[in-house]
Design a protein around this ligand. Sequence first.
Ligand code: COA
Ligand code: ZN
Length: 302
Amino acid sequence: MKKAIEICEVGPRDGFQSISCMQIPTETKIEIIEELLSSGVKHIEFTSFVSPKAIPQLADASDVTRAVLERHPDADLFALVPNLRGASTAYSLGLRKVCYVVSLSKSHNKANINRTHEQSLDAFKEIRAAYPDLDIVVDLATTFGCPFEGKYNDPDAVVSFLADYVNAGMKACCLCDTIGIADPAQVKAVLSAVRTAYPDLWLAVHFHDTRGLGMVNTLTAMEAGADEIQSTLGGLGGCPFAPGASGNLATEDIVWMLNEMGYETGIRFSSILAAAKHEASVITGNYSGHHINIEKETPCRL
Ligand code: COA
Ligand code: ZN
């Protein structure tokens, strides 16, 4: 029997938000989301409802939402929100799932969202109470280390930080390596501690590939019980409020590896690679990923 794993594409949010050299046309964003869906991607974080001054690239969030929801009302499409206002806008447009971001690092939480930890928890409770039927994934940014505070080495600190959120009704959480500083031993320790403390919590992981450890960290997290892994088409990405943050783990890389390993990803490699190349041609100019010649060199399973 094939092993299943959920792959969540976060490029249209985490990837696009990092592009500051051009405003990606709304139609291009929609086109790329369509290509992801037709490649077999089932879960997509496709925009965010944040201040347009903080992230000008995603100022068209409402237009993108209307277009994709009209064409794909049943797909698992969700957006990032930093506060009740963002959640209200998302909800009014018809979204029933969001991710809500808070950083383990106090200083990154301030730089990213301009809040203290107490204010972030209050805002989560506010959204939870205002929209009881909204699925909320809590994105824990800087789980493994922070651009201002350095690397973390205490898995119990993650567990105790999450306790208030679990008590406030959190059912799903994504542990995010915002700056790509995690290593596999740390990933194993953190995932195991969180899994043991909260066995019913639905757990996703999100790795940036700053040090080339995105794949091995993801695989380690899967082995330690992650339910979903996040990645971006072409490895695009990086938080504009985390100095030095680089791109995410590339979706086409992880899809190739997991398909080869016999996982049931549901994503066709040739199709996701074509989408990555198309995205590169319209955004960064050329595709520089690992798989440029792979169709010629290697027979792929999908
Ligand atoms: N959607 C759109 N606009 C919003 C908003 C939302 N959800 N929340 C606040 N705003 C607007 C306000 O109207 C205000 O606009 P104005 O300057 O024209 O009056 C401005 O944003 C600032 O709002 P304020 O309530 O004073 O918040 P702030 O300055 O403390 O900023 C955030 C807080 C959360 C709005 C802002 O830091 C933010 O959007 N951060 C997003 C960070 C992000 O996306 N990081 C990458 C992903 S992890
Ligand atoms: Zn990220």
